[in-house]
Design a protein around this ligand. Structure first.
Ligand SMILES: *Cc1c(COP(=O)(O)O)cnc(C)c1O
Length: 395
């Protein structure tokens, strides 16, 4: 090597091995590398042929995604789950990886907003027909099945009215007709319901929500019971670039350390908030599946193992102007259309997730201008209730 300064600087461009240590780092390392160098052509052959484990290119997989997927697999009783760049990427990979032109999919009529949009606007362009049915009615679902039906997609608890799907009936209908059942388990989380234990073929999550829990990553998860379906979903996701960034996976895995604690606390808070709201003179009705007056209370008890979740919806006695005064009177609580954050968030479906519907369409779902959905967080419950009391006083 010459001693020219440029030559010395050039050695800085070369990648050198990370320093080793006989003691190991306690914290999960973040591996942002896009590419992985193989020692030989033979090793590369072995990797591509599945004879050796190893990464090649981050879009195809990386250790931070693998680790996160394994942890969610363990929660769900799954194997080989895939992390995607968002919950919607997981929904898309499941549908587009398995269905093609001429196929038909049945969806629940109260799916997450973008899933609904995918169903009735985008899939048609690819020749996939859609039928939406009420998931509390397994007979309606059975009647919608056609010879070309290739998937049923439901959420266990609907947004924002928190209706509980007839999961047993749906699983029976799906099994009889041999149609794969995909369950978006975001709201219930694996603590409340494990779809694979109840006949589901595919499980989907928006990891963005309670699993990651801090509103600082957008990620999804999809797992299929059948290895061939899992492979097809994986290939579609990799080809279309639906796969995630290592940093997001690292953050989400960090979030998982406290998932169970956060879920327990948020759920206990939700029950108390529902109670406080139900007793308030400005509140017309409260929807929380643990309450005896919830329309699906019996089913929620049977299905959810005593876990009723952190989501509470309610309706004030007032119009949109009153609803707006309430929002403005509780500035410490984030008025934001998301869920599963450590902090309590409040959303107003008529002006956000359901603004695309006509007032009549919203009324049919029971969503008035005074309807709110709360994602209850892990603050001291007294603080949350005090916020709502201040808000409701302005109604
Ligand atoms: C948020 C959400 C999604 C979409 O997830 P993103 O991570 O925002 O893409 C899908 N399904 C449900 C039930 C959700 O709440």
């Amino acid at each position: 090597m010459t001693d020219r300064p440029n030559a010395r600087a050039n050695t800085l461009v070369r990648r050198t091995p990370f320093p080793g240590s006989v003691s190991r780092a306690v914290v999960t390392p973040l591996q942002p590398s896009v590419v992985y160098a193989s020692p030989s052509i033979e090793t590369l052959h072995a990797q591509y042929e599945g004879r050796a484990d190893g990464y090649t290119y981050a879009r195809e997989g990386h250790p931070n995604a693998t680790l996160l997927a394994q942890k969610i697999d363990a929660l769900e009783g799954a194997g080989g789950g895939l992390i995607t760049g968002s919950g919607m990427a997981a929904v898309t990979a499941a549908i587009m990886g398995l269905l093609g032109a001429g196929d038909h999919i049945i969806g629940a009529d109260q799916l997450y907003g973008r899933s609904l949009r995918l169903m009735h606007q985008d899939l048609a362009r690819f020749g996939i027909a859609t039928t939406l049915v009420d998931p509390t009615d397994a007979h309606a679902l059975k009647a919608a099945i056609r010879p070309e039906t290739k998937m049923i997609l439901v959420e266990v608890v609907s947004n924002p009215t928190l209706r509980v799907a007839d999961m047993e009936g749906i699983a029976r209908v799906a099994a009889e007709a041999r149609v794969p059942l995909a369950v978006d388990n975001t709201f219930t989380t694996p603590l409340g319901y494990r779809p694979f234990d109840h006949g589901a073929d595919i499980v989907i999550h928006s990891v963005t929500k309670l699993l990651a829990g801090h509103s600082d990553v957008t990620l999804g998860y999809v797992a299929a019971r059948d290895p061939e379906q899992a492979r097809a979903i994986y290939d579609f996701a990799v080809t279309t670039g639906l796969t995630p960034s290592p940093y997001d996976c690292w953050l989400a895995e960090r979030g998982l350390y406290t998932f169970a604690l956060r879920a327990d606390r948020a759920e206990a808070n939700a029950a108390q908030l529902a109670e406080a709201l139900a007793g308030h003179s400005k509140v017309a009705r409260v929807l929380y599946p643990a309450r005896a007056d919830h329309p699906d209370h019996a089913r929620a008890r049977a299905l959810l193992g005593g876990r009723f979740g952190n989501m509470v919806s309610f309706e004030i006695r007032g119009d949109e102007a009153a609803a707006d005064r309430m929002v403005q009177a509780m500035p410490d609580l984030a008025f934001a259309p998301t869920l599963g954050d450590v902090g309590t968030t409040l959303s107003h479906p008529a002006s956000s997730s359901h603004r695309g519907l006509t007032p009549e369409g919203r009324a049919a779902l029971g969503i008035s201008d005074g309807f709110f959905r709360v994602s209850v967080g892990i603050e001291e419950v007294e603080l949350i209730i005090a916020d709502f009391e201040a808000g409701l006083a302005a109604v």
